[in-house]
Design a protein around this ligand. Structure first.
Ligand code: GLY
Ligand code: MN
Ligand code: MN
Length: 354
């Protein structure tokens, strides 16, 4: 099935058209990435609008859409109204997560259609990854693993978190990254108790835990991994916390299979941390899905009572964070399968003391 057909499949008698505004939906529907544009999908025809900066590539590379240029003499709203008329659209489903209030008001004022939010339905088929998507995500993770192996020997006492983040970004691009799925988190020593701390000017010391959380974009798809390593030595407390997080992650991974709820996966990992007495120090959810975006549904957290679908790609990232002391997070990505899951992340997880 071509991706455009997935969007057509959610049209109804009440909603005869979809307005795609996010880069992610436009990319998924048209099977090609154009930085800026708009698309209308309907059973009677699909049109993609972009401007002179992208028109040549759009006309050559997009699949399933008639591609039209908008400019001052052919304004976007005028062309969209033509599509609304040509395709008999009365109501357009829109992406409420990707329109500002101003943009929506503009569309509602200028277009001759009613608007209804449809983000959830538009994202639903992205929960289950196709084989070609899994191949891209596998490659994205391979690049990320290779960068981790390359950055570890570069970690030296006295370098700042910012300097290490720069080395990490260099290693990611050197190994094939086409972009970063988010700004890497590099936090060391007491800063590592901040799960999403920002790399700063603190110098890394012997006895520090160093948490690095990073990922790349490869052919539009994200990777995401975290490793916590120690420099020089680790105290008994550091080892105990590290091994508790690792046991929790392995319990979560062991519980992951199609049909098991995100809540139960979270619980399997959380139980290990609670039983070890650190329950109060694991504040975030166990995991999220990813794909075109770094954070997608379905989540593996206490709020998701629905079963995970086959070939969702989810993160497995429990952590323990002791304020003022240190923190540990270990994150892999897994592909949900009928009878378990396949771990995409290949980097070792036993405590690494550099
Ligand atoms: N740093 C993004 C995440 O791990 O979810
Ligand atoms: Mn991460
Ligand atoms: Mn993550």
């Amino acid at each position: 099935m071509r991706n455009i057909e997935k969007y057509c499949s959610i049209l109804t008698d009440e909603v005869q058209g979809l307005l795609l505004t996010s880069r992610y939906s436009r990319m998924y529907a048209a099977e090609f990435d154009i930085a800026e544009g708009y698309a209308i999908v309907s059973a009677k025809g699909c049109r993609y609008y972009t401007d002179s900066r992208y028109i040549e590539s759009a006309q050559r590379d997009l699949h399933g859409f008639e591609v039209l240029e908008f400019n001052a003499s052919k304004p976007l709203f005028q062309q969209m109204n033509e599509a609304i008329k040509d395709f008999g659209i009365e109501t357009l489903g829109f992406e409420e997560d990707y329109l500002t209030v101003t943009e929506l008001r503009n569309f509602e004022t200028r277009l001759e259609a009613k608007f209804v939010p449809m983000q959830k339905a538009m994202n639903l088929f992205r929960h289950t990854k196709e084989q070609w998507e899994l191949e891209r995500m596998t490659k994205a993770q391979e690049i990320t693993d290779a960068a981790f192996a390359e950055v570890c020997p570069r970690i030296k006492e006295g370098m700042t978190e910012k300097e290490l983040a720069a080395e990490l970004i260099y290693c990611l691009y050197k190994n094939g990254a086409e972009g970063l799925s988010f700004d890497p988190i590099v936090v060391a020593g007491p800063n590592s108790s901040m799960p999403h701390g920002v790399p700063g000017d603190r110098r890394i010391q012997a006895g520090d835990f160093i948490t690095m959380d990073f990922g790349v974009i490869y052919q539009g798809y994200c990777s995401d991994m975290t490793r916590t390593v120690a420099l020089g030595f680790a105290t008994e407390e550091m080892k105990e916390v590290y091994n508790t997080v690792l046991r929790a992650q392995l319990a979560g991974i062991a519980a992951t299979k199609a049909g098991v709820s995100g809540k139960d996966v979270d619980l399997a990992a959380r139980k290990v941390i609670e039983e070890a007495g650190y329950g109060a120090y694991f504040g975030h959810g166990y995991g999220h899905s990813l794909g075109l975006e770094i954070h997608e549904a379905p989540n593996c957290n206490a709020r998701n009572e629905e079963g995970l679908p086959v070939h969702a790609v989810c993160s497995a990232e429990p952590g323990i964070y002791l304020p003022g002391k240190f923190g540990v997070r270990i994150e892999d990505c897994v592909v949900v399968e009928e009878n378990g899951c396949t771990i995409l992340t290949k980097s070792p997880k036993d405590l690494l003391i550099l």
